[in-house]
Design a protein around this ligand. Structure first.
Ligand code: HGY
Ligand code: MN
Ligand code: MN
Length: 418
């Protein structure tokens, strides 16, 4: 396999850094992070800036029915399926400057490097900013790539509501009015291949002294919603013996789930990240608690077996407090294994460019989980400081970001000329 790495030299570390700085200013938080929830004005402003940059370079922009944003550089051979690169512009509420943004900006930098060299590719090449990867405002996460790949029906995704009762469809319509773009139905395009550059969001690359992660796949993820119901009562007069305290029941349920999901080798990832109490008054015994469950494991059978036991354990714990619990499946993504030949391009590009690398799976979820179901897919990881992510302190060096972009460029050219 001989890769053409000529485009790699045109990747500009300074330009990439500058674009990260400009993007991070949109939704910037006082502690140096970014809060750019999906389909908000800040998300729209980030997209508008990217579109502006793209139009200045003569690239074409379009949006599909779920709001995925596409930036296209034409190929020499008409009618060929494009190669996609991409990630997401939305962030966690206390997110970092690189989670998602790097994959979009690295892809854009590859387009710019090709344009600077006036280097044609047989296939068209597109950079995609997938809608609502984080799933912070609307569930499920990876909404845009899940709709694009047909994993979730578009109508169901558009009907998803945020905590203010606004649907994703309503939020998207507002963005469409504010920033109209040519519409391209998601069914009208199928990528020949997909590449995603991303910070690792974990400590392994830094610990190994590696610049590039050659990513083999992504662990499985199950997301569930638990609703615990009790009865409102006076905090001062109601004896414990007759209370139906939803917080007491939720605490018992979470403790029981921690016991169920505790593994000695510390591979299971169990997180209760969101909890809402009603009526949320200090002197009323709470009648309702809604909490989220994020469960992950690299083995499909383990993920299924453990996930299938959650409902019974949660309900039993709630009953022990004279309460009830209802458990809803939000999403269940099987462990993903990326396409060997596409991963081999990333590995060979890394070798040719001389970057120290580590072969590794991804602990974090990505849109590549869904793209890998419809086309050959691979990811390129770069280190982040201390492995910290989903945190305003998230950080990555300009040289590592540029290195990952150069690997992305070489793998992209090989796919776009195939
Ligand atoms: O949750 C995840 O793994 C991703 O960072 N959104
Ligand atoms: Mn991400
Ligand atoms: Mn994330």
């Amino acid at each position: 396999m001989t890769l053409d790495t000529s485009a790699c030299a045109a990747v500009s570390e300074a330009r990439l850094q500058q674009r990260h700085d400009r993007l991070a200013a949109i939704g910037a938080t006082p502690r140096g992070g970014v809060n750019r929830l999906a389909l908000t004005d800040t998300d729209a402003n980030a997209q508008a800036m990217l579109v502006d940059w793209a139009l200045q370079r003569g690239f074409r922009c379009s949006r599909d029915e779920i709001g995925n944003l596409y930036i296209r550089r034409e190929g020499t051979q008409s009618g060929l399926d494009p190669v996609f690169m991409g990630s997401h512009l939305d962030t966690q509420p206390t997110g970092g400057r690189f989670d998602g943004a790097y994959g979009v900006l690295a892809g854009f930098e590859v387009l710019e490097a090709l344009a600077d060299l006036d280097r044609p590719t047989r296939r068209p090449v597109e950079v995609v900013a997938w809608t609502n990867e984080e799933g912070s405002r609307f569930q499920p996460g990876c909404m845009g790539s899940a709709a694009f790949t047909g994993v979730f029906p578009l109508e169901r995704m558009l009907a998803a509501k945020d905590r203010d009762g606004i649907t994703a469809g309503e939020a998207l319509a507002a963005i469409g009015r504010a920033m109209p773009l040519p519409a391209r139905p998601m069914a009208s395009v199928r990528p020949a291949a997909y590449l995603e550059a991303h910070i690792e969001q974990g400590p392994r690359l830094e610990a190994a002294g590696a610049t590039i992660g050659v990513v083999s796949g992504i662990q499985g993820i199950r997301r569930l919603a638990v609703s615990v119901h009790g009865e409102e009562a006076h905090a001062g007069t109601t004896p414990r013996a007759v209370r139906r305290d939803a917080v007491s029941a939720a605490v018992a349920a979470i403790a029981a789930l921690e016991a169920l999901l505790h593994d000695t080798d510390d591979v299971v990832r169990f997180t209760v990240g969101r909890m809402e109490v009603a009526p949320n008054s200090p002197n009323t015994v709470p009648s309702r608690v809604d909490f989220s469950i994020d469960l992950r494991h690299p083995d499909a059978d383990t993920l299924r077996t453990l996930g299938d036991r959650i409902e019974a354990v949660a309900c039993e714990a709630a009953r022990s407090r004279r309460c009830t619990a209802a458990v809803t499946q939000v999403s269940h993504v099987q462990p993903t294994v990326f396409d060997d030949a596409t991963v081999a391009l990333v590995r060979e590009a890394t070798r040719l460019l001389g970057f120290p690398s580590l072969e590794m799976p991804s602990g974090a979820g990505h849109d590549a989980m869904y793209l890998s179901r419809i086309c050959p897919t691979a990811m390129v990881f770069v280190p982040c400081l201390g492995g910290v992510s989903h945190n305003e302190a998230e950080s990555a060096t300009a040289s590592d970001l540029a290195a990952g972009t150069r690997v992305l460029a070489a793998a992209l050219v090989a796919l776009a000329d195939a």
